[in-house]
Design a protein. Sequence first.
Length: 218
Amino acid sequence: MQISPSILSADFANLESELRRIANADWAHVDVMDAHFVPNLTLGLPVVEALVRVSPIPIDAHLMIEDPDHWAPQYAEAGCQSVTFHIEAARDPRSLARALRTAGARASMAIKPGTAFAPYEELLPELDMVLVMTVEPGFGGQSFMADQMPKVREVREAVQRHGGEVWVQVDGGVSADTIEQCADAGADVFVAGSAVYGAEDAAAAVEALRARAIAHRH
């Protein structure tokens, strides 16, 4: 059960110290948005390269961008240990997943709330993680969509059928109140933004979330 706090909720003027606040987490989740695939702009490759250099934990890059076929491998080459592309934006997801692995990253596919998983189940052997979005991507602080839990369950069951170790990540509105439903449904990697960075003690929030997830493991 892994916790990946989203720096989207961190203080962008002090990212190095904000990363140190979550040094006990498993990953630092970095949302890259291009104002095209989603209606928001965050940060890009130069900032991510700088984060990789100073982060005490591996970087989990979530690319909410157009043309991930071109851009995503560059994030792997920059040192991100997990790179997630959106299936809605990828032209050749199989080749892209292979390119990410070749560049030394875990390859991950994200699906938006309105996107069905079933058409992409055959990609599982190429993937190390599937991210089920539990909000519409583009903004932090949105409320959790419990109606995505059947999709989390569907992905977990597909992973069990196919064998191999594929993680199931949830992102959006994950908090102490919602993480148990996610763990029950079969998620094992949890992205939390405001639930961690909004807390007085971010490290304690990470521990509390992890404990709740472990208690409700699928």
